[in-house]
Design a protein around this ligand. Structure first.
Ligand code: PXL
Length: 270
């Protein structure tokens, strides 16, 4: 057995086990990576919602990052819940001279619509983190929050993609899904991948009818990072990660009250 590539997740903890760091480490392991983590915040959470958030001092977030970067040959990373402006600025300063691809999931709300990014952190995310991203993976509300524009219809979504690319990431994956008309085509659910100088590409997956969707965004971005770290190119990493998430949705279940998570183990069970 070769040594698995080290993948880093920089994100929040979900005590409910389905999103955040817990989702990321499971996805990374199943896709063949060795997962390391920098925990930006702790959420007290279950399938019904978030009841509390506690964030460490930015210096301790940085101490975790320093320990991982000096101890492991990180091959790819992702960011999820970054929570506050001071945490974002501290991370951005240290990540400036990274030599691995970075996937940025610009998480702002939990599935239960609890705000997990502070209002004054949006500018820091846009100005300090987006330029460091090789791929940005917003859903529609996050894309609208970052640009101040509507992505409800397809033309609007394309303008939003252009505007997001102008903010500096190497590529943008705008996640459509059921929430917008352009995200639904019969039984297919569509995301658009935009690379600079190219028309956005529609990447679709068959719809899975389930309420157990907790952690989908975290899982997708962690899976993309794991695949980039294993040496796949951007399109291959995104499409394989979408297929992995689709499998996880098909085998999802609710282990407790409320919305259940996706089943990260799916490829090992089928
Ligand atoms: O949905 C994104 C997300 C990210 N990170 C943490 C979360 C959630 C959603 O609940 O709890 C820690």
């Amino acid at each position: 057995m070769g040594i698995p590539p080290t993948i880093l997740t920089i994100a929040g903890s979900d005590s409910g086990g389905g999103a955040g760091i817990q989702a990321d480490l499971k996805a990374i392991a199943v896709l063949g990576g060795f997962g390391t983590s920098v925990i930006t915040a702790l959420t007290a959470q279950n399938g019904l919602g978030v009841s509390g958030i506690h964030a460490p001092e930015p210096n301790f977030v940085l101490a975790q990052l320093e320990a991982v970067l000096t101890g492991f040959p990180v091959k790819a990373a992702k960011t999820g819940m970054l929570f506050s402006q001071p945490i974002i600025s501290a991370l951005a300063e240290r990540l400036k001279d990274k030599d691995f691809p970075l996937v940025v999931d610009p998480v702002s709300m939990s599935q239960s619509r609890h705000q997990i990014l502070q209002d004054d952190a949006v500018d820091a995310l846009r100005e300090e983190i987006l330029p460091l991203a090789d791929l940005l993976t917003p859903n529609v509300p996050e894309a609208e929050l970052l640009t101040g524009l509507s992505a409800e219809d397809r033309d609007g979504a394309f303008v939003v993609l252009e505007k997001l690319l102008d903010m500096g990431p190497g590529a943008v994956l705008l996640k459509g899904g059921h929430a917008v008309s352009w995200g639904r085509q019969g039984d297919e659910r569509i995301d658009f991948l935009a690379l600079p100088g190219q028309a956005p590409q529609a990447l679709s997956q068959p719809h899975v009818d389930t309420d157990n969707t907790h952690g989908t965004g975290c899982t997708l971005s962690a899976a993309i990072a794991a695949l980039l770290g294993a040496g796949h190119d951007m399109i291959e990493s995104v499409t394989r990660a979408q297929a992995y998430l689709n499998q996880c949705l098909r085998m999802s279940y609710a282990p407790g009250k409320g919305f259940g998570p996706v089943n990260h183990m799916a490829p090992l069970l089928s």
